[in-house]
Structures are given as C-alpha cells and as structure tokens.
Design a protein around this ligand. Structure first.
Ligand SMILES: [Zn+2]
Length: 257
C-alpha cells in the first residue's frame, strides 16, 4: 500500500484521507492552491537526502526542499526529529538507531517508516498523541516532564508550540526543534504558537518553556534548519529571551537584559 503524504507538512497518513488535520490546524495552513498528496515512492523519484556535518553531528535534510523543510540530526545513535524521505542510501549512511525522538507533530513526517527500517521505537510525548496520523506499535508515548534516554541524554517536555513540545538535552548541547526557535539574531531565541501564521504564545506558556529548561545547563542550541545553531551561552540566551518575549507581550519593547 502507498500511504498518503501531505505535500505541505510532509506527514504520512496510515490510510486514505481527504484532508490534513495537521495543516488545517491554526499552526499550519492549507496552501491557496489546495490540498495535495504524494507518496514515499513519488518522493524517492523526485528528491534525495543531503547528509552532511551540522556543527559536529550528521544532519539529514531533503533536497529539493520538501514539506516544512526541517533537517534531522543523528545524535549518537538517536535520530533527533525526522524527515519524510527515507531511501536505501539514507538508511545505509545512518547505520543503526536505538531510538527516534521528535520535538512536535510538524516533524512526525514518515516516522513509522523510519522506525520499521531501523527496528527502533519513536518517542513521543503523550500530550501530542492526537496528532499521530499513522498509529503504530513502534510509537512509545512517554509522560511527565522528562524522559531519560540513557547515556546522558534527556528528553524535556517544554510545551509551548505544542502541548507535548519536546527538546533533547545532551552534555552541553540542546536540540530544540522549533520549540525554542533559533532566529537570525544568534544572541536570542524566540517562541511561537504558529510560525507561518505569526500567532504568538501567551506569556505563561513561554515562562513554562523557560522553567522546564532552567534545571539544565547548555551552551549550543541546535534549531530545526541547516545552519540554525547557536554556538554558546545557550542557557543564558534562553533565559533572557523568555524575559524579552514576556516584556514585549506586556507592551515593553525596550527590554534590555
Ligand atoms: Zn499537512
């Protein structure tokens, strides 16, 4: 069976569907040209994955750009976030995985294909269970504030952009997806309910992201896109960015740390 994949968000569905709830949600959009579907087979014939170094980790991104355009990262033998295209060349370069961990539903992509190919679980926070469009026994729902992945890796539930919004902490690195968004000014980060539709998060949600990260020290922050990496001072950047964001919501655009 050829499972349908939404062209706009890249999420693969477990059965035939007429609309994409992920894109119809206020955080995404159905393009003005209308809903379009593709398949993994079609994707393999028109796209390929680029695998290259991303500040010390192997990055995996699809070319030409497909869906939202994020790139995944191989963090030791854990795949952080995911892309829709999986082909033989990608699988052989990645090697083996013990787990796949995904920040939020916009990157669920074809996670079940990856889980089956690598015979490993996909870790998803239970608060985002409703956004799983291809349910499968490989998906493990975790609950609570943190999940110990072993070998010094911790999943942290931050919420914000999605109720189950998750980041991965390892040593002095934070892998943030767009739960904590790396922005052009690398001295700051940002937070949003919807990035494409410019819907901000309430101050309490942004403060909750800051509180979830407060117990963790980190220098580098890896965002969701090629090159979206903050090289140092990550903990302080998140702390002052939470303060700036909440100040702006309160009408103070002149915040200085
Ligand atoms: Zn979609």
């Amino acid at each position: 069976m050829s499972y349908p994949i939404c062209v706009t968000c890249g999420v693969q569905y477990g059965g035939s569907v007429s609309s994409c709830p992920v894109c119809e949600d206020a955080r995404q959009y159905v393009p003005v040209s209308g809903q379009e579907w593709t398949s993994l087979e079609a994707l393999r014939s028109a796209h390929r994955n680029a695998l290259r170094d991303e500040h010390g980790f192997l990055g995996i991104g699809t070319e030409p750009k497909f869906g939202i355009g994020q790139r995944a990262l191989l963090v030791e033998d854990v795949l952080w976030d995911c892309v829709t295209l999986l082909d033989d060349e990608t699988a052989s370069r990645v090697g083996a995985l013990r787990a796949i961990a995904i920040s939020h539903p916009h990157y669920y992509s074809s996670m079940v294909e990856w889980a089956r190919a690598f015979d490993c679980p996909v870790l998803i926070h239970e608060a985002d269970r409703e956004w799983v469009m291809r349910p499968d026994a490989a998906i493990e729902y975790w609950s609570g504030d943190t999940y110990d992945l072993g070998r010094g890796m911790t999943l942290i539930r931050c919420g914000g952009h999605f109720a189950g919004g998750t980041v991965l902490h390892r040593e002095t690195d934070l892998f943030a997806g767009d739960i904590v968004q790396v922005i052009p000014d690398r001295a700051w980060v940002a937070f949003m309910y919807s990035f494409p539709n410019f819907i901000p998060l309430p101050g309490a949600s942004v403060q909750a992201v800051g509180a979830a990260l407060a117990p963790f020290a980190f220098e580098r922050i890896y965002g969701a896109w090629w090159g979206a990496v903050i090289e140092g001072d990550g903990s302080n950047i998140v702390r002052r960015s939470v303060e700036r964001y909440v100040a702006a919501l309160d009408g103070n655009l002149m915040y200085r740390p």
